[in-house]
Design a protein around this ligand. Sequence first.
Ligand SMILES: *[C@@H]1O[C@H](CO)[C@@H](O)[C@H](O)[C@H]1NC(C)=O
Ligand SMILES: *[C@@H]1O[C@H](CO)[C@@H](O)[C@H](O)[C@H]1NC(C)=O
Length: 174
Amino acid sequence: MNTISKVFVLMLITLWPNQILAQNLIITACDKTLYKELCRKTLQNDPESRAATSLEVLAKVALKNATSTATQIHDQVKKLLKSASKPIKAALRDCNEVYQDALEQLDDTNTSFITKNYDISTYVSAAMDDADTCDQSIEEMTPGKSPIGSQGTTFSQLCSIVLALAKQVNGKGR
Ligand SMILES: *[C@@H]1O[C@H](CO)[C@@H](O)[C@H](O)[C@H]1NC(C)=O
Ligand SMILES: *[C@@H]1O[C@H](CO)[C@@H](O)[C@H](O)[C@H]1NC(C)=O
């Protein structure tokens, strides 16, 4: 190795060890999820997970993103409800209710994470069912023309990622 390469390698080792570790952690953890690309994009986007050295932090950041996605959908549903007319209005009422529940399930997940309990599949599965119920309700009332588009699908995928990451935290200690 010439001197310049040595200096460069030394710089890499001293300046960016955490970032390199975090990158590897994200890639390895996301490879064990069903939605690898969404998982990587979400975790690489957030400064907290970009510097993470533990799976716990990755699970927490994924939950944060899932929660803000659910909040956005819920807010949009409430706004749409104000001006909605008949067929879609009933569906949006269902969505309003189920996303309220989904947010409570995610809140319970958050409380569990804070107490280091990663057995959260009951909560997160219920939140995924909620998203599904909303999508089905809309599809019945106005087939093919959802006012919330594919956001419910993205939300479900984020939930699936939270589940897969929490499972890895659990598996680590056993
Ligand atoms: C959630 O992750 C997506 C990338 O997948 C990003 O565009 C979005 O800003 C994130 N939202 C929050 C609140 O972090
Ligand atoms: C989790 O709870 C903490 C403490 O109440 C709060 O600061 C944080 O915003 C919550 N995170 C999510 C994703 O709800």
